[in-house]
Write a protein of this length. Structure first.
Ligand code: S3P
Length: 171
């Protein structure tokens, strides 16, 4: 079984993916880490040295490559992955288990404020600019995220509680 987690930066895809992997015994892969190891550069270095367009092209190629080579496991995507190069349709054709971890703008701002550095798309913003940036970005991205088979609305739940919700849906 291939389970795919999508959602905005800071939505907890990697944390939930790890707990879900422990609970199911499936392997966990974070697409950002897969890209980093294949490029031998960190995500911020790829953005800085090669630019976002190069990143989006590699993200698409490596997603395709990964899906061809792995029919089972848990895959957490980057926040932008579903929104480029037909990636969401590719995923929806591959597995019936695409989960969108959905948080509101307020929750995302709270989670991302202390973690802006290391995230190339928001590192340059002043704190006061974050709510408007994230709100607009989510408005653009939601049509892609909303295509997921399942939406998990997250407020204060822990990763463990989110995993319980996912397991209930899968059972
Ligand atoms: C991005 C999200 C990041 C990473 C890159 C671009 C985005 O992944 O892929 O910085 O476009 O939202 P996370 O969602 O894992 O932070």
């Amino acid at each position: 079984m291939q389970i795919v987690l999508v959602g905005y930066m800071g939505s907890g895809k990697s944390a939930v993916g790890r707990v879900l992997a422990e609970a199911t015994g499936l392997d966990f892969t974070d697409l950002d880490n897969y890209i980093e190891s294949r490029e031998a550069l960190s995500i911020p270095q790829i953005f800085e040295q090669r630019g976002e367009l190069y990143f989006r092209k590699r993200e698409h190629e490596l997603l395709k490559e990964f899906l061809e080579q792995h029919q089972t496991g848990i895959l957490a995507l980057g926040g932008g992955t579903p929104c480029y190069a037909g990636n969401m349709d590719l995923l929806l054709g591959q597995t019936p288990h695409v989960f969108y971890l959905q948080l509101g703008v307020g929750q995302l701002v709270k989670r991302l404020e202390p973690e802006q550095q290391g995230r190339p798309l928001i590192a340059h913003l002043d704190k006061e600019e974050l709510p408007e940036f994230i709100g607009k970005h989510l408005f653009e991205r939601n049509p892609f995220y909303d295509k997921a088979h399942h939406v998990i609305r997250i407020q204060e739940q822990s990763a463990e509680e989110v995993v319980q919700q996912i397991l209930t849906i899968l059972s």
